[in-house]
Every structure is written in structure tokens, then in C-alpha cells.
Design a binder for this molecule. Structure first.
Ligand code: IPM
Ligand code: MG
Length: 374
């Protein structure tokens, strides 16, 4: 039997609730598949750990994580700890040293979910956003001088390297090539940002020659928000910088119905380090502890993790079970306008998985699957 070792880091806020639900769903998924098992180790790192120890994770945290096959991550962020500390102390402290440079964010309108856009259905919106995840605006370069004085100055320098841009571009063209429409949109702001972004455009044109079967176009990021809203069907795969894609992926999640649904993979495509999988919604302190967080984002995230681990049949079954449940409005939590609880949704997905087993269904897959990772 194949064994995959997973480091679970629920982190802060609703991260704890949705990861607990996701672990349960993954266990049922593995049980029912029968050909692999998942070994979870849980880590209590995050803002509570910070308040007790002064750091978000222990000094040897990365060495501890390195041997795992994947990391299943909840969220970071607490009302009483500055956001840059929680982010740089845990999430980026894992993403950057583990060279998880490809952040993949699929967006679809799942069964039973409605887009806030008029007349837009599942057939109109099926995207994958590829976010550069190691440099750009999140490089951490810059500083502050003359603090507190009127002449105080702060710099936040974006870093774009030829190697960094080329590898994310190759990855994104590869994702586009793996999808039926073979269509990629390269997003920049190369009119105003005349150095790094112009290099992005040049490298895109170079890499495009390696993928002659992929059709590609370029968009400025501001115009891209209009296109996503007005012509969602014209888009398939998107590649953008760290910050631009951060913003576009929130818009994408909202247009697909809710932030509570959207998943992410932080991939090290070369597999030199474990990759990390997380729902994109964040810690959501306003609803923490109420038991109403939508766990669908963490389940879809788990599906991406199964794909990455090579468990394609189980991933397909999980996606199918997720959509059986989202199709039922009684199973919609408050972010989707319903009253379902996290545990009710979890149990419904587990039940849908078990029912597949009884019927021998599932292996044919649940709609289009996004193949991520090399
Ligand atoms: C995301 C989040 C993070 C980011 C936050 C929590 C810093 O918004 O994953 O999109 O900006 O990377
Ligand atoms: Mg974001």
C-alpha cells in the first residue's frame, strides 16, 4: 500500500476548523480508495504559538517539514498580531525557502453555486490562475529610514529575475497546454512599470515559441479585471505576478460564487521540497469558532493535494463528492447564503464518498480536473 506523509498546519482562525474537516474527508477518501494511506502529523504553529514562544514556528521548522510528501495548510492571521509577522513568520517562511514558486488557483462555478454575474454559468467560467510565488512584489526587499520623522522614507522593491520569470512562464504555458482550450493570458502592467513588466512580456514571447500549440495574449492588469467581469468565457489560463495574481484571484473567487470555495497549491514543481496546499480564504476571525466556515475550499485544496501525490482516481472521486454536496442548497454555509455548518458539509461529503463506493461510481471522475504540478 502506498503511504503519503502529510504535515497538517491548521494555523489560525477558521484554518483550524476547515483543516480538521479536510483531514476527516481525506481519511474517508483514502479508506474508500483502498490502495493508499495518508499519515498525518499535526503542527500547532501559528499566532497562538507565537504568543507562547515569540515565533510563528520553531527554528528547526523547515527541517521538520522537509521529509513530508505535502503540507496541508489552513490560514494565518490574528487580530492581535501584526499581519506582516504572521505572514512572514509562517506562510512565506515556508513558501520561499521551499521554492514553491508556482501558485496555482483554479476557479470554476461548482454545481449548485451561483455567480454574482448575470447569466454566467459553469460553462462560462473555468479558469486557472498561475501566480508567481517567489519574487515580484513579495520579495521582501526594501527598508525604512528616518522613522517617525517628517522625512521618513520607505521602499518596497519588486524583484523580477529572468530565471524566476522564465520558470513561471514555462509552468503556466504547460498548464495551458494541458487544458482543452490551450489558451493563456499573460497579465502585466508593462505600460506603467517599464522595467520588470517589460521583461515579463519579452520572456513570455520567448517561452511561447516552445509551446506553438498554445494560443496566448497579453492584458494589462486593470483591463484584466474588466475582461474577467464582462467576458469571462474569453479566459482560460492566466499567469501574473505575485501581487497582481493575488488580487485577480480574489476577484476570480468572488465571481465564481464565494471566497469560501477557492483552493490553492503552492508548488515546487521539481519536487525538491514538499509543496503546500491551502484554501485561499484566510483566517476569517469574524466567524471563527462559530462552526459555520465553509470547508469546501479546504476540500478542493485536498483534491489538488491528491492530484499532486499522484492519486488521480481518489482526487476525481473527491471532486465528484464535493459537487454532489454543493449541488444541494441545504448544504450551503452562510457565505453561500445558506445555514449549513462546517460539520454538516463535512459529513455530507464523507457520505457522498461512501455512497460512491457502494455504487462503484466515481472513478470516471467529476468533471474537468486541473492537472497541476510536473
Ligand atoms: C493569499 C492571501 C495572502 C497573500 C495573504 C494572507 C498575505 O491573500 O494567499 O492570496 O497575499 O499571499
Ligand atoms: Mg490573496
Amino acid at each position: 500500500m502506498r503511504t503519503h506523509r502529510i504535515a497538517a498546519i491548521p494555523g489560525d482562525g477558521i484554518g483550524k476548523e476547515v483543516i480538521a474537516a479536510g483531514v476527516k474527508v481525506l481519511e474517508v477518501c483514502a479508506q474508500q480508495d483502498g490502495s493508499f494511506q495518508l499519515e498525518f502529523e499535526h503542527f500547532d504553529w501559528g499566532s497562538d504559538y507565537y504568543k507562547a514562544h515569540g515565533v510563528m514556528m520553531p527554528a528547526d521548522g523547515l527541517a521538520t517539514l522537509k521529509p513530508f510528501d505535502a503540507i496541508y495548510f489552513g490560514a494565518v492571521g490574528a487580530p492581535d498580531v501584526p499581519d506582516h509577522i504572521t505572514l512572514w513568520g509562517l506562510r512565506l517562511a515556508i513558501c520561499q525557502p521551499f521554492d514553491q514558486y508556482a501558485n496555482v488557483r483554479p476557479t470554476r462555478i461548482l454545481a449548485g453555486i451561483q455567480s454574482p454575474l448575470r447569466n454566467v454559468t459553469a460553462a462560462d467560467l473555468d479558469w486557472v490562475i498561475v501566480r508567481e510565488n517567489s519574487e515580484g512584489e513579495y520579495a521582501g526587499q526594501g527598508g525604512r529610514s528616518h522613522r517617525g520623522l517628517p522625512e521618513e522614507v520607505a521602499t518596497e522593491v519588486s524583484i523580477f529575475t529572468r530565471a524566476g520569470v522564465r520558470r513561471i512562464m514555462r509552468f503556466a504555458f504547460g498548464v495551458a497546454q494541458s487544458r482543452p482550450r490551450k489558451l493563456l493570458t499573460v497579465v502585466t502592467k508593462s505600460n506603467a512599470q517599464r522595467n520588470g513588466m517589460v521583461m515579463w512580456d519579452e520572456i513570455a514571447a520567448e517561452v511561447a515559441r516552445e509551446f506553438p500549440d498554445v494560443t496566448w495574449d497579453k492584458m494589462l492588469v486593470d483591463a484584466m479585471t474588466v475582461r474577467m467581469t464582462m467576458k469571462p468565457r474569453s479566459i482560460d489560463t492566466v499567469v501574473a505576478t505575485n501581487l497582481h495574481a493575488d488580487i485577480l484571484s480574489d476577484l476570480a473567487a468572488a465571481l465564481a460564487g464565494s471566497m469560501g470555495i477557492a483552493p490553492t497549491a503552492n508548488l515546487n514543481p521539481e519536487r525538491a521540497f514538499p509543496s503546500m496546499f491551502e484554501p485561499i480564504h484566510g483566517s476569517a476571525f469574524d466567524i471563527t469558532g462559530k462552526g459555520i466556515a465553509n470547508p469546501i475550499g479546504s476540500f478542493w485544496t485536498a483534491q489538488m493535494m491528491l492530484e499532486h501525490l499522484g492519486e488521480h482516481a481518489a482526487a476525481a472521486r473527491l471532486m465528484e463528492a464535493i459537487e454532489v454536496v454543493t449541488a444541494n442548497p441545504a448544504m450551503h454555509p452562510p457565505d453561500l447564503g445558506g445555514t449549513a455548518t462546517t460539520l454538516a458539509v463535512r459529513d455530507a461529503v464523507c457520505e457522498a464518498l461512501r455512497r460512491q463506493e457502494k455504487n462503484g461510481a466515481g472513478s470516471s471522475g467529476g468533471g474537468e480536473q486541473v492537472e497541476v504540478g510536473a
